[in-house]
Write a protein that binds this ligand. Structure first.
Ligand SMILES: NC(=O)c1ccc[n+]([C@@H]2O[C@H](COP(=O)([O-])OP(=O)(O)OC[C@H]3O[C@@H](n4cnc5c(N)ncnc54)[C@H](O)[C@@H]3O)[C@@H](O)[C@H]2O)c1
Length: 306
């Protein structure tokens, strides 16, 4: 027997007609009116690995959107100069040392009374080559930076956010290599997969405090790290960032001719950092890869019509 339950959310014909006759502005959801053109006004952020590359681009975009930014890195000269240029603060911080990460979070709290955003961005590529020649020392080093460094960041940001009652956003740098094999060294791939898993378990625990934990998986951004890897692997020390971007655009992206840019990742980080925009997003891995890991572009001929 087929039973049709009364649907409490169903509209009557006259209600639908009334709605259609309303002025468009009455229909516009009021919740999306922006309180400010800045997307992170007054927010306090710590960015590890913020001296260059994706971290530096994100530091600039955070600051342009009204955030106070602490740059935590081991590249003191360029990190400090960038901090001055965006009205932020710099601290020497090796993310493998828990006390350094704690000090970076404490600097934000001493400076502005709280931390709202932690971007665990610092990372290293690891040694390329065959799994049959894997060097345990190299693996330990890469896990110390890419995984333990992120765990240190989640731990100390969460402690501080809980203490100050801040419904904060913790963002962790994973990678397209965490989604699909063949995009990074074995140690690197393992470390990034583990970051995604750790972010999910942390999101599960910290949601109780209104703290969100997400990952960003970048892909093909011609930073020092990626260009350095291309130079090493292809044995071409003179290779320029533009050439790497071109190769990614042609062979590593569904959006033909368009490789990744620092800004693509920075905009993703602003979105995840914003309570207003991403307040219901946690435990998520935001993959910014021109669609590369979601489909096999080599098979796209099946969509061609004759
Ligand atoms: N470039 C890409 O295409 C790409 C792709 C996927 C993921 N990622 C990830 O994005 C993040 C940023 O990388 P990037 O491409 O900007 O590379 P990058 O080499 O330009 O920047 C990495 C930054 O991390 C810092 N760092 C390294 N070890 C550190 C440590 N022990 N303590 C503190 N800081 C340290 C470096 O000094 C540098 O400023 C990394 O986690 C990387 O794995 C990048």
């Amino acid at each position: 027997m087929h039973i049709t339950e009364p649907n409490p959310t169903a509209f009557s014909q006259s209600e639908i007609q009334q709605t259609l006759e309303m002025e468009p502005q009455v229909l516009a959801p009021t919740g999306i009116q922006k309180s400010s053109s800045m997307r992170l006004p007054g927010k306090v952020a710590v960015i590890t690995g913020g001296a260059r590359g994706i971290g530096a681009g994100t530091a600039k975009l955070f600051a342009a959107n009204g955030a106070h930014v602490v740059i935590a890195d081991v590249l003191d000269d360029i990190g400090a100069a960038l901090a001055v240029s965006i009205g932020g603060r710099y601290i020497h911080c090796d993310v493998t040392l828990e006390s350094d990460v704690e000090a970076a979070v404490n600097l934000a709290v001493t400076w502005k009374g709280k931390i709202d955003i932690m971007f665990n961005n610092a990372g290293i590529p690891g040694r390329d080559g065959s799994i049959t020649n894997l060097d345990p020392g190299d693996t330990n080093r890469i896990l110390a930076v890419n995984l333990q460094g992120v765990l240190n960041g989640i731990k100390h940001a969460a402690r501080s956010m809980i203490r100050t009652g801040t419904r904060g956003s913790i963002i962790c740098a994973a990678s397209s290599a965490a989604v699909m094999g063949g995009l990074g060294s074995h140690g690197y791939t393992a470390s990034k997969g583990a970051v995604v898993a750790a972010a999910r378990s942390s999101a599960c625990e910290l949601g109780e405090y209104g703290i969100r934990v997400n990952c960003i998986s970048a892909h093909g951004v011609p930073s020092e790290m990626l260009v350095g890897a291309f130079r090493r692997i292809l044995g071409r020390a003179e290779m320029a960032a533009e050439e790497v971007a071109e190769i990614v655009g042609e062979r590593g992206s569904l959006v033909k001719g368009r490789g990744g840019k620092v800004e693509d990742v920075a905009y993703g980080a602003v979105f995840l950092a914003s309570e207003e925009e991403a307040g219901f997003v946690t435990g998520h891995n935001l993959v910014i890869d021109g669609g590369y890991t979601c489909a096999d572009g080599n098979m796209s001929f099946i969509y061609k019509e004759d």
